[in-house]
Design a binder for this molecule. Structure first.
Ligand SMILES: [Cu+2]
Length: 396
């Protein structure tokens, strides 16, 4: 790395010396000390530069068309999986199309005028201090376009953020962010989350739920976010330590998780995980990922390392704020089920209160047993640990 930097510095020094020599040569010409004037642009040079401007315009257009054809499928601008997703995508498409048209026109004008007003022998540039009409035009047009985009964006945002919790049948889910994992808490049958505070964090109560609160008795904690399709979910977001961001790209959802306060976001999932896996674009994408993976896996096996498992698509919650060293790895799997499957999954979950009770009972039993006499409780404890591999991974 150091040698690379030294090489770069030396190259830059050489360029600087070369440029200084050129400047010196030019000063010699203007003061009449030099006999030849090859450094001063002639009409031929200016014509060449003018045509090169057109060539460059062609070059950037060709590159643009090539990129649109080769990389033009925007995975985050199609196939959204939430009810408000298409509106976000529409806004994105409108912005992209406007940017595309404006840049096509302005690039063409920029390069055409550079050609048209190229240097010519004996021609002087026209100078004027300002032109009110021109300035009015180039201020008002962008102002109108931007105001339109901003107003449309505000309208879309208000629509997305408006939730009438009293009229609409919503499900409350808490998502807790911490360095570097996510946890979820379901409000249970009463649909009211029990109080929580970082001071109550103890043992397996990693969310800091106040277990004395009657509303907390049916709360269910999970390390995988299961959501029923077609139901409005209101997420209550908390953070244990630093600023994180709750980001679900497939649902076009993002909201910061701020320590010391509860933020909210709400959406309706419209596509189940199984349906998403069957979409042609997703099948193609997963096949491509697995093609790359199998090559990488073969290379790893050749090196004597463990190969990679094939990738299967899953929705994710990712953290979208650089929150520390393992930020890149801060993810939680999201499973969108049919309402029936979701009910089944929920029925299979134990409440946090029950889990804590069991855990305490297990610990007391272990304490009561004299060491070396009863191997059974120790074995039972091991099994508990083995049934919670996700918890262990998540707390790393
Ligand atoms: Cu984070």
């Amino acid at each position: 790395m150091t040698s690379l930097l030294v090489i770069i510095v030396l190259v830059l020094l050489a360029v600087a010396v070369w440029q200084l020599t050129k400047i010196f040569d030019l000063t010699q010409i203007s003061s009449g000390n030099a006999g030849n004037d090859t450094q001063v642009a002639s009409d031929k040079d200016n014509n060449l530069q003018g045509y090169l401007m057109f060539a460059f315009l062609g070059f950037i257009y060709i590159i643009m068309i090539y990129c649109c054809v080769k990389y033009g499928h925007f995975p985050l601008m199609s196939d959204s999986a939430s009810s408000h997703g298409p509106e976000v995508d529409r806004l994105m498409w409108i912005s992209m199309v406007i940017i595309f048209i404006v840049q096509i026109i302005t690039q063409a004008l920029l390069h055409y005028f550079s050609f048209k007003y190229r240097g010519r022998e004996g021609q002087q540039a026209l100078y004027f201090a300002d032109n009110d009409k021109l300035e009015f035009i180039w201020s008002v047009i962008p102002a109108i376009v931007l105001a339109g985009l901003i107003l449309y964006g505000l309208y879309a945002w208000t629509n997305i953020m408006f939730v009438d919790e009293e009229k609409e049948d919503v499900m409350i889910v808490e998502v807790y962010a911490k360095q570097f994992s996510w946890e979820a808490r379901y409000a249970g049958d009463d649909n009211v989350l029990g109080k929580a505070n970082v001071r109550y964090i103890e043992g397996i109560n990693t969310l800091g739920v106040d277990l004395a609160d009657p509303n907390a008795q049916d709360d269910v904690q999970a390390t995988e976010l299961h959501l029923p399709k077609g139901k409005r979910i209101v997420f209550k977001l908390r953070s244990q330590d630093v600023l994180h961001s709750f980001y679900l790209p497939h649902f076009r959802a993002q909201m910061n998780c701020v320590p010391g306060m509860v933020t909210e976001f709400s959406f309706i999932p419209t596509v189940t995980t199984a349906e998403m896996r069957e979409k042609p674009a997703m099948i193609e994408k997963v096949a491509h990922i697995n093609e790359l993976r199998s090559k990488r896996s073969a290379a790893l096996i050749a090196e004597g390392k463990t190969g990679l498992d094939p990738y299967t698509f899953d929705f994710i919650v990712a953290c979208n704020k650089i929150c520390g060293a393992s930020h890149y790895n801060m993810q939680m799997k999201v499973v969108v089920d049919t309402p029936e499957d979701f009910k089944k999954w929920m029925a299979s979950q134990k409440t946090l209160a029950a889990k804590v009770k069991e855990d305490k009972a297990g610990a007391e039993e272990k304490e009561a047993a004299p060491a070396g006499e009863k191997p059974a409780p120790a074995k039972a404890n091991d099994t508990t640990a083995a049934t919670k591999p996700e918890m262990v991974v998540a707390s790393k």
